[in-house]
Each structure stands twice: as C-alpha cells, then as structure tokens.
Design a protein around this ligand. Structure first.
Ligand SMILES: NC(=O)c1ccc[n+]([C@@H]2O[C@H](COP(=O)([O-])OP(=O)(O)OC[C@H]3O[C@@H](n4cnc5c(N)ncnc54)[C@H](OP(=O)(O)O)[C@@H]3O)[C@@H](O)[C@H]2O)c1
Length: 539
C-alpha cells in the first residue's frame, strides 16, 4: 500500500501567524504532490499619529556624522527618514583584520565603526591608532573596554585612558569612556578635547533594567560629566523592560544611545530611530556580537527597513516563546516596503502576554501575530474576539483598532493551513472548478491539541472532514475531540493507527520546529510507508 506525506510551510499563504514550522500532513494512497504557493499579502494603510519627539540636539549631532558618511558611500543609502546611525562593532586580534572588517562594515551599509581596542592581541597605541584612523573609510568610535565593564582589557588604568586620549588627539570621531573612569579621564586631559571628537560616557548594567527614575538619574549623572553623548546599556529580564528605556530615550535632551541587551531587548536596537536614539549597533555576521542581542547590519537594513523608520512608524510583531526562528518579519516587512506602508514588524520574545499587551498599549503598537505558547491565553487579553476564534479557543492575529485602541483578536491559522492542504490535495487538478472541498468526508488526524491544533481541527471539521485528535497529553486530545465532535487518540496509539486510505495526518505540535527540523511527533518507523514532499514558501 503506498501512501504519501505532503508537507509545507503554509503560513506564507496568509498574514497573521508565524512562518517557521511546517504543518505536515500525510495522505494515504495518493501520489506525492507538490503544493503550489500563492502569497496573499494584503496590507491596509492607516493613518499614523505619534506624540513622541526627538531632541533637536540629537538630530543635529547625528546628521553631522551621517552627511559625510553618506557622501563617503557615494550617496548609496538613498533617502533615509531618520538620522540614527548604524555602528558596526569591530573586534579582531590584529589591526589588519580590523581593517578588513572595517571595509566590510562600509560595504554592508554601516555609518561608523566602533573599534574595540581591547580585542587586539598586540597593541602599539600610537602606531595602531594612527593606522586605524587614517585607513578607516567610515567615521570612527574608539572603545577600550576594561574587564570590569564587560570588556577584555585587564591592564593598568593609566595606559588605557592614555590610549583613549591618544585616539582623540589622532582624529577619532568619537571615544567611549566609562562613567566609572570619566573623572580620571577628565583629570588626564584637563579639558583639552578637539571639537571634532565627541565624548561618549557609558554605563553598562549586565544584571537588569532599573526603574525609569533610576535610569533618569543615571542619564543626569552622565550628562554632568561633560559627555557629548550619553550611553547606557541594561539587560532585559522581560520584554517590558524595553518600554522604560524607550521612555528615557524619547525624552532625553541630549544625544543618547540606550540599549537593552539580550534577545528580549531586540526591539530597543531595531526601533532606535522611532524613539530618537543616536545610534544602534549592527554586526557584520550573525552571532559575532560585542554585546548580547545585536542584530546584523543586513537585518537592520534589509529585514527591518531601518532607514525608513521614524517617530510615526507603526510597530507590529510576532509574540511567541521561542520566536527568533520566525520568518514572519521577512514576510511583513517586505510587504510593508512594497506597498509603502510606514510600519515595522519585529520578533517579540514574550514571557507574559498579558503584561506585554498592558505595557505596549499605545496605538503606536498597532498589531501582533501570536504563536507558541500564547495563542490560547491571549484570547482573554483581547477586548473583542472574532466568533470563529472564540469557537476555536485560540487567537493568532491581534489588531489594535485605530479609533479606540481596543484589541481585536481573530484566527487566520485555520484558513492558511486548511487552504494549503486543500491546494495540496487538489494538486494539478486545481482547475477542475469543483466547489466541494477535497477534505469533505476524509479522515483527518490532527496531531497536537494546542492553539494550532484547535484551529486545524476546527477548519477541517468546517470542510466536512472526520476528525481524530492525537496528543501527548491525552486529556487535552479528548477535550478537543469532544468540543469539535471527533475521536481522541494517544500519540502511542497513533503509531499503529491507519484505518483507511486517503487519510490525512496534520502535525501541529512543536516537534519539528527549528532547530530540530528532522524530529517527528510519531516514530520514523510509523511513517516509513509515507513519502515526504516539502514545499518552501516563496517569500
Ligand atoms: N506554519 C505556521 O504558520 C504556524 C502557525 C501556527 C502554529 N505553528 C506552529 O505550530 C506549533 C504549535 O503551536 P501552538 O501555538 O499550537 O503551540 P501550543 O498551543 O503551545 O501547543 C503545542 C502542542 O505541541 C505539543 N507538544 C509540545 N511538545 C511536545 C513534545 N515534546 N512531544 C509531543 N507533543 C508536544 C503539545 O502537547 P501537550 O498538550 O501534551 O502539551 C501541544 O499539543 C509551533 O511549532 C508553531 O510554530 C505554525
């Protein structure tokens, strides 16, 4: 008896879910059929209002840097809606390697380079700094981070501060001095600072993100040292920590660099231009970061449309945990760009969805997709829920109504998944004009009873399929089967369950999700008489 599995990442067919995991569905006794993908990227334009402001001092200082940077790049950046800079951290063992990286930074689209002197294995201050300043094709920021502030330098403090003084004298555009060392540095230079060089005074908190009041006091303290630019970085224990940092950034009267480190802080790095940050850090390669959570320059520019962001840009995102694997930002940001919509769509690593929605309650945060494990709990957080989503018991798409700011939840999972399965079943016969669903009368086994499982079970039932739910936790399978009107199975029973030809298995569990994409919810042995066909979304 021959059987086939057809699988595909279905959600590229619709907006409103995450795009990582393929729903896999198996068909007994039908030939493997490629699924043709259609993208329906409908984006509605809406009016944008935003009360946030950017201090004029910031705009002026950053623009001074941007103009020569863009000129140096032959104007290749084109029109940009903000003056927030992208700074590439340069960390290497040797000066030669640094120079290679600096050229790469320029060709990748960075505006300036942060030269991390503490990463050099051998360092001759005058000669090396002279070379780096002279040969840099981008404006420079020199940092010589000591171990006590999260860097690699563990030598004597005097030599460290003298090297920074030298960088300033030899033509650095910026130098970064830690708040803890600024008094000693000021004593060393006796106020003798070239006007060209901007002094960044920085503070790093690797433990948490303090209260708004404490961060406000920190900014005032840094400002009082004579800093041209205030920099502080905190650590995100929760994504809502970022909101406090945005508040500080948006109200700062001095140019400010304010970052929240870690995956939960990603938004602080991407949305800098919206809140008026002086610069953000973008790496040359994935994972090669100088602080946790930094995106790449290419992601900032190509994925998040960084140059087009402004105070009035609407923020959207995918709420989930884990969420970094999701391809939704690729789909939405490309769609936003292609229709000229002033929005940005980001990954949102959320632990507590209620707290998240209560914190980001302004109309600037205009809509969210919702994925594992929040699809069910988020139903309670919406002000209004579409009747179908209510019946399913899961929401994967939340829209903030522009008129009253209320959250409206709906479910697009079942439409995306079911229509993709139908297309797969129809295959080359798609033109036959029949209005009857190929799912009608079929045995449809849903593996999983979470948010996605509920949506598929509901959708397949609507199309007239006979539903069986198989789940790790049998009680959840039974509950869903009772609601939908179907049978329940344990995962173990599913291994030997193949009562008829043409039956479909749909995997809606997190098994098979990145990075373990070869894993399956039932044994390979149980699947061996099926043929697998994978269909990639065309983004
Ligand atoms: N392609 C898309 O567009 C799209 C759309 C929506 C969802 N998804 C994907 O679908 C998956 C489920 O999402 P969800 O929102 O439904 O999550 P969820 O509500 O948390 O449900 C997770 C389901 O997976 C099962 N499960 C988890 N770990 C398991 C394990 N080790 N062994 C067996 N079963 C396990 C759970 O079983 P228990 O009940 O026993 O815990 C539950 O049935 C995620 O990977 C998500 O990314 C994809």
């Amino acid at each position: 008896m021959s059987q086939s599995i057809v699988s595909g990442t279905v959600s590229s067919a619709y907006l409103g879910a995450d795009h990582q995991i393929a729903y896999q569905f198996l068909i007994r006794n039908s030939p493997p059929t490629p699924i043709a993908y259609q993208q329906h990227t409908t984006v509605t334009k809406s009016a944008c209002n935003c009360l946030l402001f950017r201090p004029s001092t910031f705009t002026k200082t950053a623009m001074e840097l941007v103009t020569p940077a863009v000129e140096k790049m032959g104007g290749s950046e084109g029109i940009r809606r903000n003056s927030t800079l992208i700074c590439a951290p340069i960390m290497a063992d040797t000066v030669d390697q640094m120079l290679v990286q600096m050229n790469l930074a320029k060709s990748s689209g960075a505006d300036l380079v942060e030269i991390r002197l503490d990463s050099l294995k051998e360092f001759s201050p005058r000669e090396d700094i002279q070379t780096l300043v002279k040969l840099s094709s981008l404006p420079t920021l020199f940092t010589y981070r000591p171990t006590w502030e999260g860097g690699q330098y563990n030598g004597d403090e005097e030599s460290r501060l003298e090297a920074l003084q030298l960088a300033m004298e030899l033509g650095a555009d910026h130098i970064d001095v830690e708040l803890q060392a600024i008094d000693d540095f000021n004593n060393l230079i006796h106020g003798d600072k070239p006007t060209k060089c901007k002094l960044i005074v920085s503070s790093h908190n690797y433990e948490n993100t303090p209260s708004v009041e404490d961060m406000g006091n920190l900014v005032a303290k840094i400002q009082s040292t004579g800093a041209d630019i205030v920099k502080f970085a905190t650590t995100a224990l929760d994504i809502t920590d970022v909101a406090r940092v945005f508040q500080i950034t948006a109200h700062s009267q001095v140019p400010i660099i304010a970052m929240v480190m870690g995956e939960r802080g990603l938004m602080s790095r991407v949305l800098c231009p919206k809140f008026g940050g002086y610069l953000t850090f973008g790496t040359l390669e994935h994972g090669k970061v100088s602080a946790p959570g930094q995106p790449t320059i290419r992601d900032l520019l190509d994925l998040f449309n960084f140059r087009q962001l402004g105070p009035d840009t609407k923020v959207f995102g995918i709420i989930g945990k884990p969420v970094g694997h999701s391809k939704s930002p690729m789909l939405y940001n490309k769609a936003f760009r292609s229709v000229g919509f002033n929005g940005v769509y980001v990954h949102l690593l959320v632990d507590d969805v209620k707290k998240f929605l209560e914190t980001y309650s302004s109309t600037d945060f205009a809509g969210f997709s919702c994925t594992i494990p929040h699809k069910e709990s988020v139903v309670q957080c919406c002000d209004e829920v579409d009747p179908v989503a209510k019946s399913i018991g899961a929401v994967n798409c939340i829209i903030r109504r522009p008129n009253d700011g209320k959250l409206y939840g709906c479910n697009t999972d079942y439409v995306g998944a079911i229509s993709a399965i139908e297309d797969g079943l129809r295959g080359s016969d798609v033109q036959n004009g029949s209005t009857v669903s190929p799912l009608a009368g079929r045995l449809f086994v849903v593996i999983g009873a979470g948010g996605a499982g509920k949506a598929l079970a509901y959708g397949a039932k609507e199309k007239g399929a006979r539903i069986v739910i198989a789940n790790r936790t049998y009680d959840r399978a039974r509950e869903l089967a009772e609601v939908i009107g179907g049978e329940a199975l344990s995962l173990a029973d599913l291994s030997t369950y193949h009562p008829e030809n043409g039956m479909i298995l749909a995997n809606t569990t997190s098994i098979g999700m990145q990075p373990n994409i070869e894993d399956t919810p039932i044994s390979k042995e149980a699947l061996k008489s099926y043929a697998l066909e994978s269909v990639e979304p065309q983004l």
